[in-house]
Design a protein around this ligand. Structure first.
Ligand code: NDP
Length: 298
């Protein structure tokens, strides 16, 4: 099977490399073309000039772009040239509604669509250990399985189109709670005068540990927050979760609180940093109290 990859960002660059290792990658495309040209030259694959040209030469396309409108733009372009029977696998995190719209765009051309958002961070993308949550027809899922297996380790079919995104939204709510807890605990530990590197080593093996604590608390120790998972991307995801909860008439406190914090970080110019940058706000609470200033609560 010839696979094309679209969206060579922090995640996509690794995922495309893993498809290449599995002998599946035929072509890459990126909005900023230089990234695609450089990777294509390194891996000896094609770098077609347009999405339409990429679509014409492959049997399947994996997309990993930023947000809902980006997925729909890309899918509309691909739909112009994809062959009947081919598959589009979208690994971006977007709404279930967007997944259904993308499937509707491709359906008249007899092209299948799978929503397959991923979890596991840039490390999971690099190591091909992503957890992948799939939605779409079961038949398309089985056809797409070898492609998914090249990029991830835990691959689960959840049901019809949109189900993968619903599962991912569930994950994003957990991530909000965990990053809030990790950053708050680390700011507390620092205020106690504890050696933060030892805190990470020791509590990383304790009952309160998590992927975020082990992999992202070190950012808080160093005071650098390279993306990673950008604040503005998780903000986008939590807005999707908020809308989905609102359809049930519910407002979830964790989502609301984290969105307030992310807005504040974005306004302070930290929107493109990893979400562990939330430590800045928690640490500032202690700093403000120390200097006797009254600052708005976190
Ligand atoms: P990046 O910001 O690093 O990369 C985004 C990619 O999308 C870039 O290649 C960008 O192109 C491309 N892109 C954006 N808009 C468009 C558009 N309109 N048309 C074509 N290409 C476009 O993001 P990530 O790789 O971190 O994330 C990608 C997706 O994966 C997001 O939906 C995110 O929520 C999800 N995700 C991210 C995780 C993470 O830890 N980073 C973990 C799990 C999921 P260009 O190079 O030109 O900017």
């Amino acid at each position: 099977m010839r696979v094309g990859f679209v969206g060579l960002g922090a995640m996509g660059m690794h995922m495309a490399r893993n498809l290449h290792r599995a002998g599946l990658l035929a072509a890459v495309w990126n909005r900023t073309p230089e990234k695609a040209r450089t990777l294509a030259a390194e891996l000896s694959v094609e770098a077609p000039p347009t999405l339409e040209a990429l679509g014409a030469g492959v049997d399947a396309v994996v997309t990993c772009v930023s947000a809902d409108s980006d997925v729909l733009e890309v899918v509309k372009e691909l739909a112009k040239s994809l062959k009947s029977g081919s598959i589009v696998i979208d690994s971006s995190t977007v709404s279930a509604e967007t997944a259904r719209k993308a499937a509707d765009i491709l359906h008249p051309r007899s092209v299948e669509f799978l929503d397959c958002p991923v979890s596991g961070g840039t490390e999971g993308a690099r190591d091909a250990t992503l957890a992948i949550m799939a939605g779409g027809s079961e038949q398309a899922f089985e056809r797409g399985r070898p492609i998914l297996a090249a990029m991830g380790k835990t691959i689960t079919y959840f049901g019809p189109t949109g189900s993968g995104q619903a599962a991912k939204a569930t994950n994003q709510i957990m991530c909000a709670g965990i990053i809030e807890a990790v950053s708050e605990a680390m700011a507390f530990a620092r205020a106690q005068g504890l050696p933060l590197d030892k805190i990470v080593d020791t509590l990383g093996k304790g009952a309160g540990s998590s992927w975020y604590f082990v992999h992202r608390a070190p950012n808080m120790v160093r005071g650098t927050y390279p993306a990673g998972f950008r604040v503005r991307l998780h903000e986008k995801d939590l807005k999707i979760c908020r809308e989905m909860a609102a359809r049930h008439g519910v407002q979830l406190p964790l989502i609301e609180m984290t969105l307030v914090h992310y807005r504040r970080l974005i306004e302070q110019g930290h929107g493109d940093e990893d979400i562990s940058t939330l430590f800045r706000l928690k640490d500032a609470l202690f700093a403000a109290a120390q200097s006797g200033k009254t600052k708005p609560g976190c």
